[in-house]
Design a protein around this ligand. Structure first.
Ligand code: FES
Length: 185
């Protein structure tokens, strides 16, 4: 589990950047578990309590919307007999859940000491430059990229490791950054 290393910059949230989001910010909230209710019901048969389904339910929300909004937290809370405050506490504890819309390609780079002494900071700077993000946590102007630093990704022997959304990529160098970004589309 990675941990956000620096306070990320102000979140820019263009509607197009919420990959899978629920469209215009003023549009009425569309429940996630209308279309995916059967999946949730099936999960409920496999766990001992409703509360135990919270993490996978939140993951389904994020798969569907790209992030977990307050409305989605309230929806999940209602379905699992929890309070919205409890769900919010869980969402804010785990950095894998996004509390704001994120870019299409959300890039997390390990800059913990072992990776840092091997050049992770240079890789971060190359990513910021070639994506046009310019600043950690801020989306690129086209909404395609967002870069943050995180703690150890568990791949200390493969500097510099990073994650693009859920995909793990090892041995990234300053030189390989342009090709990597081009491959993401
Ligand atoms: S210190 Fe970077 S992956 Fe472990």
């Amino acid at each position: 589990m990675s941990t956000t290393k620096r306070e990320i910059g102000e979140q820019h949230a263009p509607a197009h950047a919420s990959h899978g989001g629920h469209g215009h910010p003023e549009a009425p909230y569309a429940p996630v578990f209308g279309p995916r209710r059967a999946e949730l019901d099936e999960l409920l048969t496999r766990y001992p309590t409703k509360m135990a389904v919270l993490l996978p339910a939140l993951w389904m929300v994020q798969e569907e919307r790209g992030w977990v909004s307050s409305e989605a937290m309230a929806e999940v809370a209602g379905l699992l007999d929890l309070t919205p405050a409890y769900v919010k506490g869980v969402v804010s504890f785990y950095t894998m859940y996004h509390q704001h819309p994120v870019a299409k390609h959300f890039i997390q780079v390990c800059t913990t000491s072992p990776c840092n002494v091997c050049g992770a900071e240079d890789v971060v700077n190359a990513l910021l430059k070639h994506t046009g993000c310019e600043e950690l946590g801020v989306q690129s102007p086209d909404g395609r990229f967002q870069v943050i630093e995180v703690e150890c990704l568990g791949a200390c022997g493969f500097n510099t490791p990073l994650m693009v959304n859920e995909k793990f990529i090892e041995s990234v160098t300053v030189e390989s950054v342009p090709a990597l970004l081009a491959s993401l589309g």
